[in-house]
Every structure is written in C-alpha cells, then in structure tokens.
Design a binder for this molecule. Sequence first.
Ligand code: 13P
Ligand code: 13P
Ligand code: MG
Ligand code: MG
Ligand code: MG
Length: 370
Amino acid sequence: EKVTVSLIKADVGGIPGHSTVHPKLKEKASECLQEAKENGLLVDYRVLHVGDDLQLLMSHRRGIDSEEIHKLAWETFEAATKIAKELKLHGAGQDLLSDAFSGNIKGMGPGIAEMEFTERGSETLVAFMMDKTEPGSFNFPIYKIFADPFNTAGLIIDPLLIDGFIFEVWNIKDRKRIFLKCPEDLYLFLSLIGAKSKYVIKRIFPKDSSPLPKDEPVAVVSTEKLFFIAEKYVGKDDPVALVRAQSGLPALGEVLEPFSVPYLVSGWMRGSHAGPLMPVSFKDAQCTRFDGPPRVIAAGFQISHGNFIGPIDLFDDPAFDLARKKALELADYIRVLGPFEPHRLPPEEMEYTTLPGVLEKLETRFEELE
Ligand code: 13P
Ligand code: 13P
Ligand code: MG
Ligand code: MG
Ligand code: MG
C-alpha cells in the first residue's frame, strides 16, 4: 500500500512582524484541507506552524508532483492570504510569488518536501520544520542521521544499516545533481555538503542490500530558494524535511540526536546572519530575539493506512533543555559582533539580501586605485 506524504509550507503573513502565524490562518487552512479530506483527495492532514510559516502536512494516494495536491496547497495559501490581508498581517502573501497556479507549486514560492513510499508494518515519520534559515541547514543533521556512526549507532550495530545509504545532492546555484554513496563516498560527500549555501541534500535512498524498495526515498528536504525565483530579497527560504525512521532505518532517537547541538545556520535577522539553530516545542515556535534565533520543531508520527497518528511534539522535552541553553549562550556571544562577519554572512550570501541596494548607492563614490 503506497502512500504519499506532502509537506508544503509558505509564509503568508506574520503577527507581529515575522514572529508567528495568526490562529485564524491555521483555522482557514484546516477548513480547506478538511474539505479535501471529505472529498477523498486527502487521506489525512495536519496544519502546523513554525515562526511565521504555515505548514500543510498531507497524506494522499496521488504520488509526488500531483497537480491536484499542489493546487489544493496553493489555493489554501491563497485563502489564508486573504485573511492575512484583511487583518493587515505583516508580509501578507509573502511567499506567494506567482499570480496564478500553473500545474505545479514548485518555483512559485512555497517550500515542498514530498515522498511516495510503501507503508511498512510500522511506519515512523518525523516532520522537521525550520524558521529563519535556509535549506542547507538540513545538511548537518541529515549527514549525522544517515552517515555518521558517532550519531547513529545502527550504522555500526544493525545489519540492515551497516551498508549505509545513497544521497542525492543538489547544486542549487547551477541546478545540477549528483548521487553519492556512503560510507564509500563519505569524504566526497562532506566536501560538497559542508558548503551548505550551494550544495543541499535533497533525498536519501536505501542501498541494494536493503529490504526497502530502492526507488522509494527514506528522507526528503525542501530545496526552494526564494531569491532565485523573485530575484530580490523577499524573506528566507525556511526549509522543511520528512524523515522515516526505525526498522532498517535510523531509530527515532538517532533521528533527533543531531539537534542536541545548536549548530550554526544562515538566516536569522533579515536573512543575513549566522546564528544557532534552537530546537523548540510547538508552543515556543515563534521568533522574537533579533527575529530568532532560528528555530526547528519536530512532529513525530506513526502512519496507519495513510493516517497521521500524532503529532508528538518531540522537542517539548527537558532532554533538549541544554541545547536551548547553549543556543542562547551562542546567540549572546555572536550578537556582540553586530555587522561583522562571521555573524553577518559573507558577501556571496549577502547578494541574496537587501545589501546590494546599499552598495549600489556607494558605487559612484569609489575611486580607482593606481
Ligand atoms: P525498548 O525495549 O524500550 O522497546 O527499546 C528498544 C530500543 O532499541 C531503543 O533504542
Ligand atoms: P521570514 O523568511 O521568516 O519571513 O524572515 C524574514 C526576515 O527578514 C526576518 O528578519
Ligand atoms: Mg515572514
Ligand atoms: Mg519564516
Ligand atoms: Mg521565509
């Protein structure tokens, strides 16, 4: 029995500023998705949010890139935008960069992580959602989960994991992709994905030795870059990921373990600063200090005949208190640098922010050196 899980998200307005989502937008989204469930288009759905991003988690039987599902998501965001405009929320319709839907939501502004797979006897799934950062922020944890034996004990002690996984990596600037196998390509893999603004892990696949179907992904990450669509700064590309766990895959605890360290990501204030990624509960999924710090939530499910059993709010747990405390200490430390790198992002990344408009004003005041 194959199921498709589609996690599609967009910022259609924040209250106040870019901090969080108004409950009325979530209510409207639930209404739209409930109707689609009653009409048989969706098997199930959940509406969530992190920061100012509205998250539509949907299960269905239409496969990935389904026009009907993408249209449903687009129209749901449009309906929520209408309310955001009435309430004059900040940046109403921010991530909807196109006027009309034309068959696929890709390239229109929203972020998408979707995969079709055969539902196992027990199907554990974690949906990760980040705000105030970019798709490359998943490189570090996804590497740790699927390729680092110091994180994932199963890579050493589980016969089903010992052969490793296949990684689909995208060069999002030049629009190319490469498949790398780990452990054999591990160093090549790291040489690419450490450059997280250019190379982004898109999907993970099982190897030939795995009993899982080889063409069905076990994890997928959204890779949409708003700047490449809008050609100007219109907010950050706050990413999402879906990760399957257990029974031939990393255990739930191995999937969550990388977030015990608040590693540094790009984004935060005006999409222009490096800062620690703080794992938080759903109730703390709002961005405040310096529009952050960047946050991640984790919604845990068992899938039963396409239905979402959950969510469990996985970071709502004292086990992640120390990560949060460290994140705050790191935030204090790096904020001291203000406009100086490496708090401010390097020039290549600042090109996607509002800084070029400032540099343009200086153009005529530069004098040539001998
Ligand atoms: P339980 O005995 O609690 O099911 O734990 C199994 C396990 O392998 C945890 O990592
Ligand atoms: P969002 O992408 O979350 O709207 O953030 C935009 C921003 O510039 C925050 O300072
Ligand atoms: Mg916003
Ligand atoms: Mg956002
Ligand atoms: Mg954004």
